[in-house]
Design a protein around this ligand. Structure first.
Ligand code: UDX
Length: 404
């Protein structure tokens, strides 16, 4: 597998073995026999303006146009701005005027690290189609999941395209809301975990995506929120809440380095800081927009030496940061450290042997940016403990939060 995704290797291997999955390099052959074609290429942020770069999507449309035979549904799975399906249809019609094609939009809502389960048990399947035959084909494609009770929402192509951005932007906003609330909790003497629970038990709000942390990262939220902001500007309907979300999240990732510095007494020059977890979330090797990158650079700028360990992300991280000493375990990284910073909540960091860690460290300071530990539990082992949005912490962290 070119990426780390739990269960994916086994799933691909078993379907190849069963003859249900094959890979080709000749486009003509697979396109001419296909009834449905999913376009699932990347739509990264275009350098400079944040607009989604659609060149890969349009390249596919151009490349397949000449080989389409019989009625074919071309489905955009990639996250694409509203109106992209229209352009895909136009490109195909220009290149191949006689092709019998319907273009549909079918956004994906998978989370990395849980992608297979999210696919098999989706909250909903959104399909944007303008053509009855295409609707039938898509119903057939998703029949197994439909029989599994997954709600299927048919809508127009433009509505489906926008639904994906609306969902991602709203989740990013929800996280950002609780992150700001966490900062307030820290100075106001409240506990953000309890606030989130008290809010989340309200069915209208829901408890998910209310976990305060170092800011969202990954391959989706950062780029999709930017792209939606751009769409809003293009249509002269600014998405002001999303614009603010993007700005707050960017600042937050940088502010986390200041939080660590404050936890170290305001000075990290010459000190060794151990980073536990590099990827933007657990169960992936994806380093895109990971908060760890901003934190490491922020600490290095202030003269800190960095050691780091991540169960899957070190290879990708090595190409994105410099002067980082990679360790072989959390305990390895703790050796001689003046502070440990838990950045990604991998399972193996949830039950660390705190006494062993403390013995390895030069100074027992733990900055827990995911609130994995209970403050009193860590403090009772002799650590100075700092987390997110919990008031039982020292004045240093409060001052840092106030400065942000
Ligand atoms: C996201 C969407 O969830 C998914 O529907 C879409 O298809 C792709 O983008 P993904 O980026 O894989 O999925 O991960 P997700 O679990 O959503 O986490 C994104 C970021 O938000 C991570 O950095 C995570 O740490 C952070 N996060 C998430 C929080 O800080 N708090 C939370 O409560 C939830």
């Amino acid at each position: 597998m070119p990426i780390y995704e739990p269960g994916l290797g086994e799933l691909v291997a078993s379907n190849v073995a069963a003859g249900r999955l094959s890979f080709e390099t000749e486009l003509e052959q697979i396109v001419s026999t296909a009834e449905v074609i999913f376009i699932a290429v990347g739509t990264p942020s275009r350098r400079g303006d944040g607009h989604a770069d659609l060149s890969y999507v349009y390249d596919v449309a151009r490349e397949i146009a000449g080989s389409l035979r019989g009625f074919t549904v071309v489905v955009t799975k990639s996250t694409v701005p509203v109106g992209t399906g229209d352009e895909v249809a136009r490109i195909i019609a220009m290149a191949s005027p006689l092709a019998d094609v319907a273009v549909a939009s079918n956004p994906e809502f998978l989370r990395e690290g849980a992608a297979i389960d999210d696919f098999k048990r989706p909250d909903r399947i959104v399909v944007g189609v303008e053509d009855d035959r295409a609707r039938e084909v898509m119903t057939e494609v998703y029949r197994p999941l439909y029989l599994n009770q997954a709600p299927m929402l048919f809508t127009t192509r433009r509505t489906a395209e926008l639904t994906k951005y609306a969902a991602n932007a709203f989740l990013a906003l929800k996280i950002t809301f609780i992150n700001e609330m966490a900062d307030l909790c820290e100075v106001a003497g409240a506990d953000v975990q309890a606030v989130a629970r008290g809010m989340g038990l309200d069915n209208r709000i829901g408890g998910k995506f209310l976990h305060a942390g170092p800011g969202y990262g990954g391959s989706c939220f950062p780029k999709d929120t930017l792209a939606l902001v751009k769409t809003g500007q293009d249509f002269d309907r600014p998405m002001r809440l999303v614009e603010t979300t993007v700005a707050i999240n960017d600042q937050r990732k940088r502010a986390m380095a200041r939080k660590v510095i404050a936890a170290c007494g305001g000075e990290v020059r010459g000190k060794t800081i151990g980073i536990l977890g590099l990827t933007f979330k657990p169960n992936t090797d994806d380093m895109r927009e990971a908060p760890a990158l901003d934190i490491i650079r922020g600490l290095q700028d202030r003269g800190a030496k960095i050691s780091a360990f991540d169960p899957q992300g070190m290879k990708a991280a090595a190409g994105m940061v410099s002067d980082v000493q990679f360790g072989s375990s959390a305990y390895d990284v703790a050796v001689g450290a003046d502070a440990l910073v838990l950045v990604t909540e991998w399972n193996e960091f949830r039950s660390l042997d705190l006494d062993r860690l403390k013995n390895e460290m030069r100074v027992p300071v733990l900055v827990d940016l995911r609130n994995v530990y209970e403050p009193h539990e860590v403090a009772s082992r002799g650590f100075s403990y700092f987390s997110i949005g919990r008031s039982s912490e020292t004045e240093a962290a409060r001052t840092a939060a106030a400065e942000e």
